[in-house]
Design a protein around this ligand. Sequence first.
Ligand SMILES: NC(=O)c1ccc[n+]([C@@H]2O[C@H](COP(=O)([O-])OP(=O)(O)OC[C@H]3O[C@@H](n4cnc5c(N)ncnc54)[C@H](O)[C@@H]3O)[C@@H](O)[C@H]2O)c1
Ligand SMILES: O=P(O)(O)OC[C@@H](O)[C@@H](O)[C@H](O)[C@H](O)CO
Length: 388
Amino acid sequence: MEKKAIHFGGGNIGRGFVAEFLHTAGFEVVFVDVMDSIITALQDTKSYQVTEVSDEGESTKTITNYRAINSKTHESDVIHEISTASIVTCAVGPNILKFIAPVIAKGIDARTDATPLAVIACENAIGATDTLHHFIKENTAPGRLGSMPDRARFANSAIDRIVPGQAPDSGLNVRIEKFYEWAVESTPFGEFGHPEIPAIHWVGNLEPYIERKLFTVNTGHATAAYHGYNAGKKTIAEALQDSRIRNIVRDVLQETASLIIDKHEISAAEQQEYVETIITRISNPYLEDTVERVGRAPMRKVSRKERFIGPAAQLAERGGKFESLIGSLEMALRFQNVEGDEESVELAKILKENAPADAAIRLTGLDRDHPLFPHVVQVVDGVQSEAK
Ligand SMILES: NC(=O)c1ccc[n+]([C@@H]2O[C@H](COP(=O)([O-])OP(=O)(O)OC[C@H]3O[C@@H](n4cnc5c(N)ncnc54)[C@H](O)[C@@H]3O)[C@@H](O)[C@H]2O)c1
Ligand SMILES: O=P(O)(O)OC[C@@H](O)[C@@H](O)[C@H](O)[C@H](O)CO
């Protein structure tokens, strides 16, 4: 079989991370997207550049050997490509997984190769591949479910590289940070072995990696974004130049560190070093990452398993400290009616139309009897009262 990868989502992380490393690993990459402008640009341009930016200067790689298909208009082509590929990846956003599942299900169903397809969702979410797998099963005939492991194997991943929004005149080129980490479960591949992709760190148990990443990088990032947004800052780097916000980010990361150290086999010293690396990374002034991009989709970010409620709920259950996380939640709830962000409009509506406890349940998914619940209701109440 040809060494071919199908990647859903030709956006920032798709072009700047996943495709780059698939290309380096020798795969032909077939991008699948629904945005005409991205598909046309990928079809008309034979190469694009990924530039790593840091205080050590810039370094550029050229990406070639790709094609692009619009799944809105050429679904059968996408099905054929999946049926003859080695790997399917995606970076479309966790809320989009249900929309890409039907075509992936059809592609998997059409496979005849002896080696199963490797499916790896590259989203910022715990168990994103499991979520995609669930939707794929819902789109597969019941009689074909039992034999699906012969046709596809599903591995969760933790993906880390900051790819900010790109300048309007940058075309397909992407400016990104130098740092990256891509951890993927190895166990689902069983006797077939995992695909050969040198950039991937294959792990038996992903939970420590994804929790450490989401509850350090993304919790810290989102804290800077929401506090920064409410303080009138434009970029994450600018927010972190403000010593008040920087100290809040540190406090939040101390709270999540206590959970990570307590729960996983990660020492205090190792976590401290990780936190310092993350603060340096998110402070990178060369990335020009806006508070609106990092704060995007606030309803997803305040949900049950995500970067604030996820760790705060676990800390509350263990008798730990979570006040700074709740402070970030409050700032997230004030990220309302932001231009171009549908969830921020929906958030404002929910806060306007519901009593505090009902809004808290709808937004965070916490049970009423959870020890964190009264603290969340108090914050919701405060944000609602200010708006009156
Ligand atoms: N940007 C980062 O720093 C970063 C880092 C790690 C992980 N991630 C995660 O990667 C995912 C994508 O983030 P991004 O920053 O690249 O966003 P993005 O908006 O730049 O890219 C998303 C792409 O998905 C495409 N898309 C939307 N619906 C689709 C569909 N039905 N089928 C195919 N394509 C579709 C969009 O057109 C867009 O090109 C998110 O889950 C994000 O959390 C982002
Ligand atoms: O992509 P989101 O919306 O889940 O989160 C925004 C940023 O925090 C995120 O994209 C980071 O840049 C990335 O997770 C770094 O690895």
